[in-house]
Design a protein around this ligand. Structure first.
Ligand code: NAD
Length: 354
C-alpha cells in the first residue's frame, strides 16, 4: 500500500477504484482526482497496456489533467478519468461495456464518463443503457447541445488563435495572418474553415496528404508535407494532430511567434513550456484553448440531468470565455516571467482549492 501513495503521479487523488468483473473479463480503473467543483468528469480510455502500472499512471495523470481542464473551462465539475485495460486482442464486448456501465452507476454520479481514445459514440450509447452518468451522447434535437464535440473545440481554438494574434502581434483581424495547421481532421479542419472565412492565409498538413490538399484547394490555402509543417515560417503554428510534438527538436524547429492549437499534451515535458518562452514564442496552454469540446459535452450532460434544455447559443457563450482566460494567463506570464503553461497550472490549482 505504501508504494501506491508514493507513486510519482499520485496527487492526493480522492478516489481510485479498481473494477473487475469476472463474467465479462472487464478490468478497469476509475480515478477521481478532485471533486472540489463537482463530480469527477472525464472520458474513458480503452487501451492495451504492456504493464498494469502504466494503466494506473494514465488514470492518475489523466484524471488530474481533467481537474485542471474542467476548472479552466469554468465548468461545475471536477476531474476524473477511467481506463479499461484491454487484453492483447483488444476485444471489447457488449458484456464488458455493460459491466463498466454498472460500475459507473454504482458510484452514484461521483464520476461522469465520456468518450476517449479507443471508445466510440456507440460504446457511450451502450454504457448509457446502464447508467445516466455519461456525457457526449448524440444530440437528440437540432439546435441543442450534444453530439460531436469537434466543431465546438475548433470554435474555441479559432477564438484563442485570434486572442494570441491580438496579444502577441497587436493585430485585431485575421486578414492576411499566416496560420500553419498540423492535422486537418475534426478539430484542425474546423479551425481552418473558421480562419479562412476571416481572411487568414493557411498552410495545411496531414499524414493523409490528399485530405490536406483537398482542403487547401477548397479554402484557398496551400498544403505541405506533414514532415515539414513545423518548419513553415508563419505567424501561428497550430498543432491539431499529435501530442508531445514540442520536445527539444520541435521547440527549436518552430518558425512562428505563436503556438496555439488543440492537440492534447503538446509539451513533451514541462520544461518545454519554458523553452518556448525563452525563444519568445507565445504558447496557448493546450488544455485551456481546447476546452470547447468538454464545455459542450458537459453542458449537454448537466442539461439532460436537470431536465432543463441547453441551447447551442449557451454552449457558444461559455466557449467564448476561452480568449479571456488565455489573456489572463498571458498577462500573468508577462508580468512574472513564468511560462504560460505553468501559470495555467497554478491558476487551475487555485480554482480547485489546492
Ligand atoms: P481527428 O482524428 O479527426 O484528426 C486528426 C488528424 O490528424 C487526422 O486527419 C490525421 O490524419 C492527422 N494526423 C495524424 N498524425 C499526423 C501527423 N504526424 N502530421 C499531420 N497530421 C497528422 O482528431 P481530432 O478530433 O481532430 O483531434 C485532434 C487533436 O485534438 C487530438 O490531439 C485530440 O486529442 C485533440 N482534441 C480533440 C478534441 C475534440 O473535440 N475532437 C477536443 C480536445 C482535444
Amino acid at each position: 500500500m505504501a508504494a501506491f501513495w508514493a507513486e510519482p503521479d499520485f496527487d492526493e487523488h480522492e478516489l481510485v477504484q479498481l473494477v473487475h468483473d469476472r463474467a465479462s473479463g472487464l478490468t478497469a480503473i476509475i480515478a477521481i482526482h478532485s471533486s472540489h467543483l463537482g463530480p469527477g468528469a472525464g472520458g474513458t480510455r480503452f487501451w492495451h497496456y504492456a504493464e498494469p502500472h502504466l494503466a494506473m499512471r494514465d488514470a492518475l495523470r489523466l484524471s488530474r489533467g481533467m481537474s485542471y481542464k474542467n476548472a479552466m473551462a469554468g465548468l461545475p465539475v471536477g476531474g476524473g478519468k477511467a481506463v479499461i485495460l484491454a487484453g492483447p486482442d483488444r476485444e471489447k464486448t457488449p458484456e464488458m461495456l455493460a459491466a463498466f456501465g454498472d460500475a459507473i452507476d454504482a458510484m452514484g454520479g461521483r464520476y461522469i464518463t465520456a468518450e476517449d481514445v479507443g471508445m466510440t459514440e456507440a460504446d457511450m450509447v451502450a454504457i448509457a443503457k446502464r447508467t445516466p452518468h455519461v456525457s457526449g451522447l448524440p444530440s437528440q434535437d437540432a439546435g441543442m447541445a450534444g453530439g460531436d464535440p469537434g466543431p465546438f473545440t475548433a470554435r474555441g481554438i479559432a477564438m484563442g488563435i485570434k486572442a494570441a494574434v491580438a496579444h502577441k502581434l497587436g493585430r485585431d483581424s485575421m486578414e492576411g495572418v499566416h496560420v500553419a495547421i498540423q492535422g486537418t481532421g475534426s478539430v484542425g479542419g474546423g479551425v481552418a474553415r473558421i480562419l479562412a472565412a476571416e481572411g487568414a492565409r493557411l498552410t495545411l498538413a496531414d499524414i493523409d496528404e490528399a485530405r490536406a490538399s483537398a482542403m487547401a484547394a477548397e479554402l484557398g490555402g496551400t498544403s505541405v508535407a506533414p514532415t515539414t509543417v513545423m518548419d513553415v515560417a508563419c505567424d501561428v503554428f497550430s498543432p491539431n494532430a499529435l501530442g508531445a510534438i514540442l520536445d527539444d527538436e520541435g521547440v527549436a524547429r518552430i518558425n512562428a511567434p505563436i503556438v496555439a492549437g488543440g492537440a492534447n499534451n503538446q509539451l513533451a515535458r514541462t520544461e518545454h513550456g519554458a523553452k518556448l518562452a525563452e525563444r519568445g514564442i507565445l504558447y496557448a496552454p493546450d488544455y485551456v484553448i481546447n476546452g470547447g469540446g468538454i464545455i459542450a459535452v458537459t453542458l449537454e450532460y448537466l442539461a439532460r440531468r436537470s431536465g432543463t434544455p441547453c441551447d447551442v447559443s449557451e454552449v457558444h457563450a461559455k466557449i467564448d470565455e476561452i480568449p479571456r482566460r488565455l489573456e489572463a494567463i498571458w498577462q500573468e506570464a508577462d508580468a512574472t516571467g513564468i511560462s504560460p503553461d505553468r501559470v495555467a497550472d497554478a491558476m487551475a490549482q487555485r480554482i480547485i482549492g489546492r
